[in-house]
Design a protein around this ligand. Structure first.
Ligand code: PLP
Length: 421
């Protein structure tokens, strides 16, 4: 521990560890990315439905399929649409139940509702934050059609176990890998398990575009062909003939555009390098925090390669702040960290089914997700700042902040007691 850890807390008037942070440097745009985007602007070929030319969208689809080692990749307008179209292409619709985790970004469940199916929420594991297999098993009924495990924060769900359950019950598996580009599970890249998987290219994700985009990958040609139709008004566009304007199924306009695709293709060239740098930076950061008392740090279980999209910490608030209610303790801790300059945020404020937009379509009782509730009540996250390959020094100063606040946690606990009286 260095001398920063002994100073007075910034919350009570001490010197903060960090000054004002520079703007978030993600995505990191290089001259190569600029040239890629400009070449699309100069080509006048902007959409993916144009026959006779290999478009930037097709090039991205090919390189992402190659990177993962899957048969097919289809570019779509964003990661939420990717889930919707994947569900539809697998025949999920009205009357079907789809199991999703209670801890994820809201889009996972919204996609299920938008295809007319009912989301059913499984609890998560308290250490990995991904779907609990026991919880999934307990929720399966004769109406269950599909399960959407989420590789939350960049860590794969336990797919051997989930795939096994799905196989026994005849369920479709669609993996929401929006946060997990680059992650691996037992040596296999996330998305290459044989299931249909969806990715987001939204600008905050690990493989970003300069806006919005999504990718669906699958080894099933039928699924891929249906998604190609669904993104294009239900039409079949073929390179060997002009567009016919015949819609074979009720589709959407969910195309990815060539500007977004060219930017991501250019990013993809540096992606393996960024992934490795991020892994080294985050490992060095977590090494400094792992031994702090009463703090559960994000971790990488054996057999998993984490993509570190989001870093979530779960402090044991009951131990640090005995006698203080959880919400007050959490808020005080986050205020103390932020006062030192650490951009800690909560991210999810509630289990997904308790989102106002989803409450009315949830048939489960409140309180059915005790682990999710506990994680949401206690944890804080770090996002985006650690994604760039040069984030190592910043992460070291983040560790200074956390060490300082932890070394002063008795002072904080006394503050909390004072506030309670
Ligand atoms: C970002 C995200 C999505 C949605 O992706 P968009 O491209 O923003 O629509 C879906 N699921 C998870 C887990 C995400 O993090």
């Amino acid at each position: 521990m260095n001398d920063l850890s002994v100073g007075e807390l910034a919350l009570t008037g001490g010197e903060p560890v960090l000054g004002e942070l520079a703007p978030v440097g993600w995505p990191l745009t290089t001259d190569a990315d600029r040239a890629a985007v400009l070449s699309v602007l100069d080509s006048n070929v902007f959409v993916s439905d144009r026959p006779n030319e290999p478009t930037a969208v097709e090039r991205l689809e090919r390189s992402w399929a190659e990177y993962l080692g899957v048969r097919r990749c289809v570019g779509v307008s964003n990661g939420t649409t990717a889930i919707e179209l994947a569900l539809l292409a697998h025949g999920v619709g009205p009357g079907d139940e789809v199991v999703v985790p209670a801890l994820t970004f809201v889009a996972t469940a919204m996609a299920v509702v938008h295809v007319g199916a009912t989301p059913v929420y499984a609890d998560v594991d308290p250490v990995t934050f991904t779907m609990s297999a026991d919880s999934l098993t307990a929720l399966i009924t004769e109406r269950t059609k599909a399960v959407v495990p989420v590789h939350l924060h960049g860590l794969s769900a336990d797919m051997d176990v989930i795939d096994g359950i799905a196989r026994r019950h005849g369920l479709v598996v669609i993996e929401d890998a929006a946060q997990a580009q680059g992650a691996r599970y037992r040596g296999t890249p996330v998305g290459a398990s044989g299931n249909t998987a969806t990715f987001s290219l939204q600008m905050t994700k690990n493989l970003p575009t300069c806006g919005e985009g999504g990718l669906v990958v699958t080894d099933d040609d039928g699924v891929a062909d249906r998604i190609v139709q669904l993104r294009q008004f239900g039409e079949t566009i073929r390179p060997d003939r002009p567009r016919r304007y015949v819609s074979h199924r009720l589709g959407f306009n969910a195309k990815l555009n060539n500007v977004q695709a060219a930017y991501t293709s250019s990013q993809l060239e540096r992606f393996p390098e960024y992934h490795e740098a991020r892994r080294a930076n985050v490992a060095a950061f977590l090494d400094r925090l792992r031994d702090l008392d009463n703090l559960l740090c994000p971790s990488e279980p054996d057999g998993y390669e984490h993509a570190w999209h989001i870093l979530r910490f779960v402090p044991d608030l009951d131990r640090i702040f005995p006698g203080t209610d959880t919400a007050s303790a959490r808020n005080l801790l986050i205020r103390a960290l932020r006062a030192e300059g650490l951009p800690a945020t909560r991210y999810q404020m509630m289990p997904l089914p308790e989102q106002p937009a989803l409450r009315s379509v949830c048939r489960q009782e409140r309180g059915s997700w005790p682990v999710t509730q506990d994680v949401v009540d206690r944890s804080f996250t770090l996002q985006q700042r650690h994604l760039a390959p040069d984030s190592g020094p910043l992460l070291q100063s983040f560790a200074d902040v956390i060490e300082k606040v932890w070394s002063q946690r008795k002072v904080l606990a006394e503050l909390a007691e004072g506030a309670d009286r």
